[in-house]
Design a protein around this ligand. Sequence first.
Ligand code: IMP
Ligand code: MG
Length: 192
Amino acid sequence: MTDIARVLYGREDIRRRVEELGRTITGDYVGREPVLISVLKGGTVFLADLIRQIDLPLETHFIAVSPYGGAAESMGRVRILLDVESDLTGRDLLLVEDIVDTGLTISYLLSILRQRGPASLEVCTLLDRSVRRIAPLRPRYVGFDCPDAFVIGYGLDFQERYRNLADIMEVPDTAALSDDPDALVPHLAVAG
Ligand code: IMP
Ligand code: MG
């Protein structure tokens, strides 16, 4: 533990929660073949663990949007960089995200996917920072309710780094991490 960051959700908590989500999703989609769509890049670590807890045939696809650049840039200005090429008509879509913050990114993606005529369309997010929500949106599946602090690890980045942290860490003062970008490198040790 450092002054710059502290563990918010440890790897064991994450593993247990992902297992529970997988079980719930399996129950909800039994008899169907859901299409999980992960939002690059942050959602990929979660997706990789989640699909191995879902006991059903399923498909995975990826979608990429222009990187998040703070509130001003985030305001509805999302650009699709990589799209799903398969026909999604009549399919059960589950959008998989690392974190839903303002909800603007996901709302935009939902509006695009809705136009493709899916049978159903839901959101599964590991973290839900609902206190910052701008777009009215309640994800169907939520791992953890996230406090209003910047978080990194388990797919979530700070300036493209630290996605490979096994734990999710809270960074109360991102300026301090900017000043010393390697401060959390010791936490990358696999043993934790
Ligand atoms: P939204 O459109 O404000 O909901 O933005 C959500 C996206 O911003 C997420 O998919 C993340 O990629 C990114 N993001 C939001 N909060 C954090 C954070 O605390 N750490 C890392 N990335 C974040
Ligand atoms: Mg993301």
